[in-house]
Design a protein around this ligand. Structure first.
Ligand SMILES: Cc1ncc(COP(=O)(O)O)c(C=O)c1O
Length: 459
């Protein structure tokens, strides 16, 4: 029987190391020894004893005892400002209006078997349709993002009578077998055997890795390549893209989506946008595609839809795609969860009443301005990419190559000082603050980041 990387001592493959948040790195072990007490370490050992080990998460970093507002609280009593939150945390944790809505649903209708509907589910469906632009007039709910992606893939097959897809290298659409087939991260695809047939991949709109030599000034040639593939194949059901790639914050220019939309229309392929981590306010828009002035045929939401409390995802599609009445697209046990729908309705209420879309822009702009100022003192800071309150801070060495080691060092220095975030693509600090963060906490997070960057750069 094959042993895990942890127990076999096998080195994590290079692309896994590039994730920058490896659960077996020497720096992680050092951090744990310096920051965790015996009781927490015992709990972590017990966790590792019972849970299957898997890449990127188990064994775990630390143990939590609380999550409130913009903070996670660990078993040592340390409070982390959470700029990661797996992107469920637009409203932070335990938002009183979300909790009240969840409690009300729990007390009245804790579960709704699939053959029944309920007022929470219908209200959420109507609300999402009312908020969505264009003809996005039909929905299905699912307990998680990967399941909702799976529903989109099935619907694209039924609606077009085709099965092929074009998606992007380096993208992530969930960890299920269908989702990793369209995903483009080797850490999920390697060593797992045959993936779904017909899942073709194209180069993403990523200036760092642009095959068309855009040199950072995007010429949207990568969108033309998708057009070329659609023309050659003739029978592609759908093009699937993360509107803004979350891991390292790739924000394509307007022209990219204009051309992608036109290519899909020209060749009869559906355009599916994955906004699971970046929808619902993160980019300053309710739907991230709104910044591009296009409307997809389907959009997938998830994560923060459940208010940081409940697993909840939604597939929102053009009304004319309601063509699969004799097919089980979803059929998930918790498909119309009254509790999840109540959490989602409260989330949408708070996003609107508290002006969090506008706040996302303010938060992001402040962080970016700070990092831009700091760059003069800390040349380790390369490009800072931003969409609303989602920032990707590229760390680079003097020779311009990715500063992977420094990125990991900055992440652990920030964790020690009480700020949590993820590193994407090895050298990009991914900053995703809760949209409810107050000015003082934002300032404190910026201070920690600034000190850690300066300290690591000085080493
Ligand atoms: C872009 C993107 N799509 C899909 C998913 C999958 O969502 P879930 O973990 O709810 O299955 C994720 C999760 O991180 C994601 O970031």
């Amino acid at each position: 029987m094959a042993r895990s990387d942890e127990t076999s001592g096998r080195r994590a493959p290079r692309d896994a190391q590039a994730e920058g948040d490896i659960n077996s790195s020497p720096r992680r072990r050092e951090w744990q020894l310096a920051n965790l007490g015996a009781e927490t370490r015992r709990l972590l050992e017990e966790d590792a004893r019972y849970f299957l080990h898997q890449s990127l998460s188990t064994p775990c970093l630390d143990a939590l005892v609380g999550a409130e507002g913009v903070h996670l609280i660990d078993a040592e009593g340390r409070r982390y400002l959470d700029f990661h939150g797996n992107n469920v945390h637009q409203l932070g944790y335990g938002h009183p209006r979300v909790i009240a809505a969840v409690q009300e649903a729990l007390a009245t209708l804790p579960f709704s078997p699939r053959r029944f509907t309920n007022r929470y589910a219908v209200a959420l469906a109507a609300r999402l349709v009312a908020l969505a632009p264009g003809g996005l007039g039909k929905v299905l709910f699912a307990p998680g993002g990967a399941e909702a992606i799976g529903m989109a893939l099935k619907l694209a097959r039924v609606a077009t009578g085709r099965h092929k897809t074009v998606s992007m290298w380096d993208s992530f659409h969930g960890a299920s077998l269908d989702a990793i087939s369209i995903g483009g991260e080797a850490v999920f695809r390697r060593g797992i055997g045959p993936l779904l047939p017909g899942t073709e991949h194209a180069p993403p709109c990523d200036p760092r890795a642009c095959l068309y030599g855009c040199g950072g000034h995007c010429n949207a040639r990568c969108a033309d390549y998708v057009d070329y593939v659609l023309a050659k194949e003739e029978d592609v059901a759908a093009v699937i893209v993360e509107t803004v790639r979350c891991t390292d914050v790739q924000v394509p220019p307007l022209e990219y989506y204009r051309r992608l939309r036109a290519a899909c229309d020209r060749h009869g392929a559906l355009l599916i946008l994955d906004e699971i981590p970046i929808g619902l306010g993160r980019t300053g828009y309710l739907f991230a595609f709104e910044r591009y002035g296009i409307v997809p045929d389907m959009v997938v939401l998830g994560k923060g839809l459940g208010g940081g409390v409940w697993p909840m995802a939604a597939l929102l599609v053009d009304e004319r795609l309601d063509v699969a009445g004799d097919q089980a697209l979803g059929h998930y046990t918790h498909e119309k969860s009254p509790v999840g729908c109540a959490a989602a309705l409260a989330t949408l209420d708070v996003l609107e009443s508290d002006g969090l879309l506008a706040r996302a822009e303010v938060i992001g702009a402040r962080l970016q301005a700070r990092l831009d100022r700091l760059r003069t003192r800390v040349p380790l800071i390369g490009e800072v990419r931003r969409a609303g309150a989602l920032l990707g801070v590229e760390l680079v060495r003097a020779d311009g190559t990715p500063a992977r080691d420094a990125a990991e060092a900055v992440m652990y220095a920030c964790l020690s000082a009480g700020l949590s975030f993820k590193v994407g693509q090895g050298n990009v600090l991914n900053l995703s603050p809760p949209l409810v963060i107050c000015d003082a906490d934002l300032q404190a997070a910026g201070d920690i980041l600034e000190r850690s960057l300066a300290d690591v750069a000085a080493c």
